[in-house]
Write a protein that binds this ligand. Structure first.
Ligand SMILES: Cc1ncc(COP(=O)(O)O)c(C=O)c1O
Length: 411
């Protein structure tokens, strides 16, 4: 690891990592607070920096690299497909979009799919679906309910639905007609719904908001009210879906099942290539007719083929996600018993968080020194979104490093 410095006038002789830092500082929009690590390559659950130092990757590109790095089956299909066809636009058919849509429909119970490129774009599409659905009933039926503490993305529509003022306020005015309800506040939910409600959007587990699962009874209430007011229930499963919790979708954990009208997926769908999907039941899908929505890149041949390969591998991985996830959670609970600044361990499967009384940013820096990658969200929550191929041995390695980091706090 090298220290960041002011941009050099001539970067030619600088060591390789320093050159990367300097050019980034000089020319890249300074919107990211990056950690001082240049990731050069990855293999399995590990990444390597330019000097060949190895790091255990417990964040996997913020939940994207679900099969770890350089998975041989993914490398193989990328090679094959890149030599055949990467993109042909949505003016034509290719061989992989239909089969991928069919597979996602079978997994989700939602029969129609639109492909986009990123989570936020999937949210934008869902907003349009809600508005079009509502307006077909009454032009004033365009309100959307969202939750406090939620995160739905950075484009203006998704931002308007994001229940954290720090993300929203610098860009206001945003989309009007959004009503926020606090997670778990069933009474507030009832008050927010009206004949003007076109849709409601929820994360089964609020990820960016600190790995906070929603109470199931609250989600059931949302389902009931959405039905009563003929509004679309949208589950944003961009972070918690596609195996992360040990099942295909978070909502499949509910008993009896709480089915949404629309589910959104992205992050791991093409395990590193940009791909997202809106999964919609017949009622929601009926809102969008020819010409009403589209994307140049969405659902390209390469990304769709990779996603099909990922979903084929996912079935075999689900039991291990549950088992290793439970083991990981147990080990984190041991840490919680030992270190008094830990308030709570949250999450399940391979989406886990340590909620602390103290800030986590320095710990993430310390973890780099321990050859461990993780992330801090909501200032005080250490978040783990490791690859689905994680083993109990990897968990032990991470917990040993965390123990050393936590000991430094002296608490
Ligand atoms: C729940 C949720 N929704 C939407 C998004 C936005 O996804 P993207 O960054 O791919 O636009 C994220 C990203 O972290 C997310 O966690």
């Amino acid at each position: 690891m090298l220290k960041m410095s002011a941009p050099l006038t001539s970067a030619v002789d600088a060591p390789a990592a320093q050159r990367v830092f300097d050019l980034e500082q000089a020319h890249v929009l300074q919107n990211y607070a990056r950690y001082p690590l240049v990731v050069h390559r990855g293999r399995g659950c590990y990444v390597y920096d330019l000097e060949g130092r190895r790091y255990l990757d417990m964040i996997s590109g913020i939940g994207v690299n679900a099969l770890g790095h350089a998975h041989p089956r993914i490398v193989k299909v990328i090679r094959e497909q890149a030599a055949l066809l990467t993109h042909c636009s949505n003016l034509y058919y290719h061989e992989y979009q239909g089969p991928l849509a069919g597979r996602l429909a079978a997994m989700s119970g939602l029969e129609r799919v639109f492909f986009a490129n990123s989570g936020t774009e999937a949210v934008e599409g869902a907003i349009k679906m809600c508005h079009a659905h509502g307006r077909a009933i009454d032009p004033a039926k365009t309100e959307i309910i969202s939750l406090g503490n939620s995160f739905h993305g950075r484009t203006c529509g998704a931002l308007a639905l994001t229940g954290q003022a720090k993300y929203r306020e610098p860009f206001e005015p945003l989309l009007p007609g959004v009503r926020f309800v606090e997670p778990g506040d069933a009474q507030g939910l009832e008050q927010a719904f009206s004949e003007r409600t076109a849709g409601i959007i929820l994360e089964w587990v609020q990820g960016e908001g600190g790995v906070r699962p929603l109470p199931e009874a609250f989600v059931a209430k949302a389902r009931e009210l959405a039905g009563q007011y003929n509004a679309l229930l949208v589950f944003d499963e961009i972070q918690c879906g596609l195996g992360r919790l040990g099942l295909y979708f978070g909502y499949q954990l509910s008993n009896p099942p709480i089915l949404p009208d629309v589910a959104l997926v992205a992050k791991p769908l093409a395990v590193g290539l940009p791909l997202a999907a809106i999964l919609a039941n017949a009622k929601a899908a009926a809102a969008i007719g020819p010409g009403m929505h589209g994307s140049t890149f969405g659902g390209g041949a390469l990304a769709c083929r990779v996603a099909l390969e990922f979903l084929e591998l996912l079935d075999e991985l689900l039991p291990s996600i549950r088992q290793v996830g439970a083991y990981f959670r147990g080990r984190l609970e041991e840490l919680a018993r030992r270190f008094s600044f830990i308030r709570e361990i949250r999450g399940q499967g391979l989406m886990l968080g340590i909620d602390m009384e103290i800030p986590g940013k320095q710990m993430v820096n310390d973890a780099l020194g321990e050859n461990l990658l993780l992330n801090c969200t909501h200032d005080t929550v250490l978040r783990f979104l490791p690859p689905y191929i994680l083993t109990e041995r990897d968990v032990d390695t991470a917990v040993e490093a965390l123990t050393r980091i936590f000991e430094k706090t002296g608490r």
